[in-house]
Design a protein around this ligand. Structure first.
Ligand SMILES: O=C(O)CCC(=O)C(=O)O
Length: 688
């Protein structure tokens, strides 16, 4: 989708500096009790994107200085669309302009005029929407709009029910770095701004003014009226707060019945009455001769009439209360990943930090450190997930080969992933995925994996492991999206799609991180040994360049923390810096891991990835080892958490010789060294 918000802009703004200022201790609220630690905010996310503002007048763009100051402040705002969508109950659409619940609109986003006749006043919004883009990416109508389209259906249902609809106003790009809202002539300080609650009073079709290419299409328009007619509207220019405020009954718009279709239509245009029933022969025929459809103007009685909302649907809070940890909750249930509206400055802010929220604008902090989850809860979740995933391993492609290995304390299963069918004369298999499933004693004994889960939870609770959500898409732009999971990197730097910056070396890493590294190093080496010897013994045709016989010790660990409903979507670990083995230890809630062929390979198509070829449940304590660089060329994997608290600790080998910058290269070498103390207590498996 070509969208204004997708434009990438400079992040070093005036706001960014304000956002970075030091906070007083009194600004920190702690929903758990007294504050135990300060929140850590990813430095790049402190400031909203910089933008210039202006107003469009005819064909000219006037500078922001020519705009009036608004009469008040929006009840919530943000420069990031995702922050708005995450923080508000009534609007969660990251792409579309209409939010619905049970096919009824609950919120809309207006980015400016979508039809030439769109109007936004103090108590009224008359607008349309729904353009297509032509081959050059220009917004243009290419067909009549149908009342059956999703958004029309949601808005019609909202009109029939008298549903309160929250309205947000945004800005559109009008040139490089210049953003405007063509509906208002006020200076909008923020990119997305909540207006108020409205309700839909009318929906009608109208032929839109002729486009540049000479075409004109029918489009549905809607009229929304502010619910609270008594309060002044913040978006009016200063000094004009009360302009356009009318009472019910003060104006009345006439309606007439069409003598052809027998249906009533309002007299909405100054040019006179016309029938607004689409399939009526009199549709849009004015009794006056020579009315120019391109120059129609709405009738004042239509604009100024105030309707009564007849509905039992309660008007909710525009802004939700700050979250409180409910009793019986652990703090990583899905709702605690929602954003908040800062109580001090009203900036909508996402939860970026494992331990709470820090306002993007003023730095206000709200702590909510997740409580440790016990094993009983994890067992419950595991049983529930196992009930839904009847097969331990789901192989949906017979080109994958499965083998079983005998290892004391573990059930070990390997899957050999096939070569891309496009590579006709090469090896049959290019990589392996090996799952180590520990038995009860490996999990439960002292110092076992159950204990390790408690240790890692504790490390995140006290701040020894600081997990953060980072930008995953469109970093720095209004459409920036954060990862679903929280991450922290230890050892050598791992730079992938999402940059996880760190100075944590293995020297200073907390014990659970080093214990996980030690176990994964053993699992990684064992998986390589088992799969290569099995392949040789069985005469499997494998690509030994992709899956070398030798295992290289890991020098990096990425810790991912997952709340309920968190996931890591389909991706690969194919960075050129990486060694051939990637090993993940799963602690806590179960999850489902899936592999699918990438698009442009013989498993998918030119523009679509293939189906899921291999899926399996990953339980608490399982280690999954991927061995083979070409796995990441042909396949991608995803992991979906099925519970409230999961950690995925993934170790890799970063090849220092691939790091060009000598300082970073040396740092990677130093940070990735395993201290002697930990080398001496390396995990060596379970006794037979
Ligand atoms: O959390 C997990 O189990 C897997 C994480 C992963 O896929 C990755 O770090 O690339």
């Amino acid at each position: 989708m070509k969208s204004a918000g997708l434009r990438s802009v400079n992040t070093h703004s005036k706001d960014a500096n304000q956002g970075g200022q030091k906070r007083k201790a009194s600004d920190v609220q702690d929903v758990n009790g007294p504050a135990q630690k300060k929140l850590k905010v990813p430095s790049r996310s402190r400031g909203p994107p910089q933008e210039k503002q202006g107003v469009v007048s005819g064909n000219n763009v006037l500078p922001a200085e020519s705009l009036a100051r608004p009469a008040g402040e929006p009840p919530a705002y943000s420069n990031f669309r995702a922050a708005i969508c995450n923080s508000l109950e009534f609007f969660k659409q990251h792409q579309s302009g209409v939010q619905s619940d049970d096919k009824t609109a609950t919120g809309i986003l207006l980015n400016g005029k979508t039809t030439p006749r769109d109007i936004l006043q103090s108590q009224l919004d008359d607008s349309g929407g729904g353009f297509n883009t032509d081959a050059n990416g220009n917004y243009i109508r290419t067909k009549n709009q149908s009342l059956d389209c999703n958004n029309c259906t949601y808005l019609t249902n909202a009109m029939e029910k008298g549903q309160p609809v929250g309205v947000i106003i945004g800005k559109k790009a009008q040139g490089k770095g210049l953003y405007v809202n063509t509906l208002l002539s006020i200076e909008l300080e923020h990119h997305f701004n909540v207006l108020d609650w409205f309700f839909v009073t009318d929906i009608w079709p109208e032929p839109q003014p002729t486009q540049r290419d000479g075409t004109s299409f029918i489009h549905y328009m809607m009229r929304l009226q502010k619910i609270d007619l008594d309060s002044a509207s913040w978006w009016m220019p200063q000094g004009q707060e009360r302009n356009g405020m009318f009472a019910v009954g003060q104006f009345q718009c006439r309606a007439f019945t069409c003598n052809s279709c027998n249906l009533s239509s309002k007299e909405i245009f100054q040019e006179g009455w016309c029938c607004q029933t689409m399939d009526c022969p009199n549709f849009f025929r004015f009794s006056r001769y020579g009315v120019d459809n391109d120059r129609l103007r709405y009738n004042d009685n239509f604009l100024n009439e105030r309707a009564i909302r007849n509905s039992a649907i309660p008007i909710g809070d525009l802004i939700r209360d700050l979250p409180k940890l409910e009793s019986g909750h652990y703090g990583s249930e899905a709702q605690y990943k929602n954003g908040i509206v800062c109580p001090e400055c009203k900036c909508a802010t996402q939860r970026k930090s494992w331990d709470g929220w820090t306002c993007d604008k003023c730095g206000f902090q709200l702590l909510m450190i997740p409580k440790n989850v016990d094993m009983l809860k994890i067992h419950e979740e595991t049983e529930k997930t196992a009930g839904k995933n009847k097969k331990e391993f789901h192989l949906a492609d017979n080109r994958i080969l499965q083998s079983q290995h005998t290892v004391p304390g573990y059930e070990v299963t390997s899957f050999y992933l096939p070569n891309d069918p496009k590579n006709h004369d090469e090896a049959r298999f290019i990589g392996s995925v090996t799952v180590f499933r520990p038995d009860k004693s490996v999990l439960e004994r002292q110092g076992g994996l159950d204990d390790l889960f408690q240790e890692i939870q504790e490390a995140t609770r006290v701040g020894d492991v600081q997990l953060q959500r980072r930008p995953a898409f469109c970093p720095g732009s209004h459409m920036e999206e954060l990862t679903s999971h929280f991450a922290c990197n230890m050892g050598a730097d791992y730079k992938f799609g999402v940059v996880v910056k760190t100075s944590n070396s293995f020297e200073t890493a907390p014990p659970p991180i080093m214990k996980a590294l030690s176990r994964l190093t053993w699992c990684g080496a064992k998986a390589v040994e088992l799969t290569t010897s099995h392949a040789h013994e069985s005469g499997l045709s494998i690509d030994s360049t992709s899956m070398p016989d030798d295992f290289i010790d890991f020098n990096e660990e990425l810790i991912l923390g997952y709340f309920q409903e968190s996931k890591i979507s389909f991706h690969d670990d194919g960075e050129k810096e990486l060694g051939p083995t990637v090993a993940t230890l799963s602690l806590g809630s179960p999850s489902v891991m899936s592999f699918r062929g990438k698009k442009k390979t013989g498993f998918g198509t030119q523009d679509k990835a293939g189906h899921k070829m291999l899926s399996f449940m990953v339980k608490h304590g399982d280690a999954v080892i991927m061995h083979g660089t070409r796995i990441h060329q042909y396949f991608e994997h995803q992991v979906v958490a099925c519970g409230i608290r999961r950690f995925g600790l993934t170790c890799r080998y970063i090849r220092p010789e691939t790091i060009e910058d000598p300082v970073r290269r040396q740092l990677a070498i130093e940070n990735g060294k395993v201290p002697l103390y930990w080398q001496k207590q390396a995990y060596t498996g379970e006794a037979a």
